[in-house]
Design a protein. Structure first.
Length: 180
């Protein structure tokens, strides 16, 4: 592993990118050139992660992990708070294609971009998708394979397609035990 210090060993094409001390960015990660990307301290960016602001910005907090094959499209801006865990294959898309004008081909439809906010201490399960305009409340857990289309409250556990709240973290789970 090669540990990076702020702005040390950053190739000229990534000069707009800020990488915090003790962070690791895999040499197999793809960061869009000449883009607004900020990565906090002690954050891990794994292999084949793609950070593509598309004219927006991507900000990752400190003490985070973006595991292999995570993709962030940040046209509307993506902010990930401190202490977040983003599992393998997660996709965050901070824009959306229009489709209402039948006179225009899909490729020519307007794009909307509201952004995505992931607050502190969030765990996003493998292969989940977060769509434009959502806020994920601090301390939440997104179950593997979920599609998040609306805001998630703090400390919620959500799962499904579309994701829905299953329960709140810290809430006692009642279990019934059959007695003979």
């Amino acid at each position: 592993m090669r540990w990076l210090r702020a702005c040390a060993n950053i190739p000229p094409r990534l000069r707009g990118t800020r990488i915090g001390t003790e962070s690791y960015v895999s040499p197999r990660a793809v960061l869009q050139e000449h883009a607004r990307i900020a990565i906090g301290k002690r954050t891990l960016v794994g292999r084949h992660v793609e950070l593509v602001p598309q004219g927006g910005s991507i900000t990752i907090g400190s003490d985070c992990s973006l595991n292999n094959y995570v993709v962030l499209y940040g046209a509307g801006g993506i902010t990930v708070g401190d202490g977040c865990r983003i599992a393998t294959g997660v996709v965050i898309v901070a824009f959306n294609h229009g489709h209402d004008d039948l006179a225009l081909p899909i490729r020519c439809q307007p794009i909307t971009a509201r952004g995505v906010l992931v607050e502190d201490e969030v765990w996003i399960g493998a292969r989940s998708i977060l769509l434009d305009g959502v806020t994920i409340g601090s301390g939440s857990v997104i179950g593997a394979g979920s599609v998040v289309t609306r805001d998630v409250p703090e400390h919620a556990i959500v799962a499904g397609n579309p994701a829905r709240v299953l329960r709140r973290r810290g809430a006692s789970q009642r279990t019934t035990v059959a007695t003979p």
